[in-house]
Unconditional design. Structure first.
Length: 256
């Protein structure tokens, strides 16, 4: 029996991840993973209550054996991954941030293992399936790794810059199999941390007002970009770094 084509997204319980699962599940079956089993199951229950074909499976992206287990579970349910969205990411808490050599080894490894090893493990496990279906991969980067590194967040900045470049490498490597590989680069997107910062700091609000559009974006803005890049309308787009940042990468609108 032919397998049903599905999307797979990592980090599906977070702000951008959950918005993307919701957007994609309007048109296709979606499997989403997260390390937070409670949030993942609650979100799946909500989506299933809306008659969406969305399924949560707990997964640790650090572990290649868990990626293999995930692949077996999806196949056992009668699905095959055609679209892969590497969304999972991690930054250190405010108290752990500092200049480059002030990072503890544990904090550095925690960020890099999640952002980089997570992408590597998941892509290595599922890229053959995507190739066979002539599907697509979308990686999620950040404006901090593209144009505007943030002070005291070097591990996160470096990891996101790597993701931008690995996107281009993957586009070159897998284009001959008809696989499109692109990257969406968010700017300031509303999540609990950003929301708290914007509503508690006059300095943060002042900085945000200097962005060309002058406000933080919603997670759905990123979801819409991902959905477009997985659609047939984007069939000739590959290796692209798509900024969804309110114009942040274009420049900073200071009056003096």
């Amino acid at each position: 029996m032919e397998k049903i084509k599905a999307a797979l997204l990592t980090g599906g319980a977070g702000a951008i991840g959950s918005a993307t699962v919701r957007a994609l599940s309007e048109d296709m079956p979606v499997f989403f993973t997260d390390i937070d089993e409670t949030k993942g199951k609650e979100f799946e229950k909500t989506l299933r209550g809306e008659n969406r074909e969305a399924y949560f499976i707990k997964n640790d992206v650090h572990d290649p054996k868990d990626a293999a287990r995930l692949a077996r579970e999806i196949e056992k349910r009668g699905y095959k991954v055609k679209w892969l969205i590497n969304n999972v990411g991690l930054n250190v808490d405010q108290k752990e941030r500092g200049i480059f050599y002030d990072y503890t080894t544990e904090a550095w490894n925690r960020v890099c293992d999640t952002c980089l090893d997570g992408l590597y493990n998941m892509t290595r496990e599922f890229i053959d399936s995507v190739k066979e279906e002539k599907g697509a991969v979308v990686n999620i980067g950040s404006v901090t790794g593209f144009y505007a590194p943030l002070r005291y967040q070097c591990a996160y900045n470096i990891c996101k810059s790597f993701i931008h470049n690995i996107t281009r490498c993957m586009a070159i490597d897998y284009g001959k199999w008809g696989v499109n590989v692109n990257c969406v680069i968010p700017g300031s997107i509303i999540n609990p941390m950003i929301k708290e910062l914007l509503y508690s700091s006059n300095e943060a609000r002042e900085k945000m007002s200097k962005h060309p559009l002058g406000y933080a974006g919603e997670p759905s803005y990123i979801a819409n970009a991902v959905k477009y890049l997985l659609s047939e309308k984007a069939q000739y787009i590959s290796g692209a770094l798509l900024n969804v940042d309110g114009g942040w990468a274009a420049g900073y609108c200071a009056d003096n």
